[in-house]
Design a binder for this molecule. Sequence first.
Ligand code: SAM
Length: 326
Amino acid sequence: MGKSSKDKRDSYYRLAKEQGWRARSAFKLLQLNSQFNLFADVTRVVDLCAAPGSWSQVLSRTLPPTSTIVSLDLQPMTPLPGVTTLQADITHPSTLPLLLQHLGNKPADLVISDGAPDVTGLHDLDEYIQSQLLLAALNLATCVLKPGGGFVAKIFRGRDVAIVFAQLRCLFDRVTCAKPRSSRGSSIEAFVVCEGYSPPAGFKPSLETPLGLGAKFPESRRPSGRDKEEEHLVDGVKEVELREAEGGEDSDHVSREARYIAPFIACGDLSEFDSDATYALPEVDEFGQKWKSKDPIQPPTAPPYKTALEMRRQLGGGGSGGLPKP
Ligand code: SAM
C-alpha cells in the first residue's frame, strides 16, 4: 500500500504524523482521557508495553512537568523528554524491582498498558497471549498502585472476557470496557478502564503467587460492603452468572466463579474520524501549502522482522533468499 493510500484509509495514521505522535495509538489514550479524565491529580505514571512511545508522549505533553513517568517495553525505545524509558519484559519477575527502583519506591497514581503480542492470525492463540499480557500488567499494577489509583489496559474482547472483568472488579471500584473511536470497530480490541484501586482486606500483591494462578482472595473474593453494589450491578448491567465452583470449602480454591459484564462505553466525539472509514486527503496543509504525505515520526527501533531483513541482505543482492517478505 502506498503512503498516501494509507493516509486516506487511516486518518489517525495520517494525523499522528501531522501532529508529531510516534504512533496512531496516541489518539486512543487521548480519547480515553477525554471520556474518563484519567490524568486528574496524576503525577506518577507507569506506561507498560510503551514502544514506540506515543502514550508516553501523551503523558509527557499532558502531565505537570515535574511528574514521574516510567515507561517500559521489550523493545528499545528512543528517549523522550521527562520520561524514564526501560527495556524489560512485563512477564519477568525482575521487572518489578526495576520498576520500583525507578519509582523511588513510591506508589504510582496510574498504570497504563497497551501490550499486544505480535499477532499470529491464530485468534485463540493471539487472545491467549494478549490475556497473559493483561494479567502480567495487572499483577505489576497491584504491586505499585496507590489506593484509589487507576489501571487502563488493552483487552481483546474474547469469549471469556467476563471472567477477567469480574477479577478486576474485585480490585477496583469501577471497571468499564471502553472502545475509543480511533480503535477500529472491526477489531476485537478495547480498553479496560479500572478506577479506584481498593483490593479486598488481606489481599497481598505478590509476583510469587500472582493473580490468575488460583487462590488470591481467601475467604470472600470481594471486599466487604461491595456485594450490595454488585447486586445492583447484577440487576442494572446484566451480570450473567454467579455459580458455586467445585471445592468451595477449600480456601485454596476460588470459592465462586463470577462473570461480570462491564458497562461498555464508546468514546471519542462523533465529529472525530471514524477509524474504519476512508477520507479524501486534504488539498493544503496547516501552512496553506500543497498537502504532502509525511514520513512516520519514529520508525521502529528494533522491529521483530529486523533479523529477517538483515539475513536477506546478507544472502545477497536484495533478493528474498527464500525468506518471506516481512
Ligand atoms: N502504546 C504504544 C504507543 O503508544 O506507542 C504502542 C504499544 S504496541 C501496540 C504493543 C507493545 O507491546 C509493543 O511495543 C511490544 O514490544 C510490547 N510488548 C509485547 N509483549 C511485551 C512484554 N512481555 N513486555 C513488555 N512489552 C511487551
